[in-house]
Structure formats: structure tokens, C-alpha cells
Design a protein around this ligand. Structure first.
Ligand SMILES: [Zn+2]
Length: 121
């Protein structure tokens, strides 16, 4: 039995990343290479994708809907690639998230929990 495997080439610079791994889809091959390549765009991409993975876990812990997770990940893309300076969204009656970029280039996610409460009487 013979399988065809795809070559992991960075989607930003086209450089092939050396690996022992075999990729059964082109998408996986390109994704892997684009996170592992040493070019500046690939490094940025890796840090943005890692930030999105971490944010997804944090939001899952807050029981956020998948639509909210996707929206916040879009905010991370915007701040990470520089089309947005910063972004905030109230994701539930209790939680507001803020996405900013630190001076060192790391993406920051801050979750504010509403602590005060008011009741209509
Ligand atoms: Zn590259």
C-alpha cells in the first residue's frame, strides 16, 4: 500500500520545513510548516495561533459559545496582524474580554468579571 504525503512548505515564504512527520492533507502540511518556519511572518503567525489556542481554552472555561470563541479569535487576528490597535467585547452579562498587544509583541487577553450587581426593585 502506498500513500501520498504532502510537503510541508511555509505559506508565507514557501520554504520547506524539514520533519520526520507525514502529512495526509495539504492543509496540515502547510499549517505545520507555517508555524515552524523561521521567517518573520511565520513566527508572528505561530504566536497569534498559540494565543488563539490559549484564548479558546480560557473561553471554554467560561462556557462561551463557539460563535463567541470565533469572534474573540478574530479580535486576536486583528490585533496580532495590526489591523486593530486593541479590541474589547462584552461576551456575556458577566464577562468582558480585552485584547491588546504588549510592548514585547506578545498578545494579551484580559477577562474582566463584573463584580458589582444591581437589581431592579
Ligand atoms: Zn516562512
Amino acid at each position: 500500500m502506498e500513500n501520498n504525503f504532502y510537503v510541508p512548505a511555509c505559506k508565507f515564504c514557501g520554504q520547506v520545513v524539514a520533519t520526520e512527520k507525514n502529512f495526509e492533507t495539504e492543509e496540515y502540511a502547510v499549517e505545520y510548516a507555517s508555524r515552524k518556519c523561521g521567517c518573520s511572518k511565520a513566527k508572528r503567525y505561530a504566536s497569534i495561533e498559540n494565543a488563539k489556542d490559549k484564548a479558546t481554552n480560557i473561553l471554554a472555561g467560561l462556557n462561551a459559545r463557539i460563535e463567541v470563541v470565533n469572534f474573540v479569535n478574530g479580535m486576536i487576528d486583528g490585533v496580532g496582524w495590526g489591523w486593530l490597535g486593541k479590541a474589547s467585547a462584552k461576551i456575556s452579562p458577566e464577562y468582558t474580554v480585552h485584547i491588546t498587544e504588549a510592548a514585547n509583541g506578545r498578545i494579551k487577553l484580559k477577562v474582566d468579571k463584573k463584580t458589582s450587581s444591581s437589581t431592579e426593585l
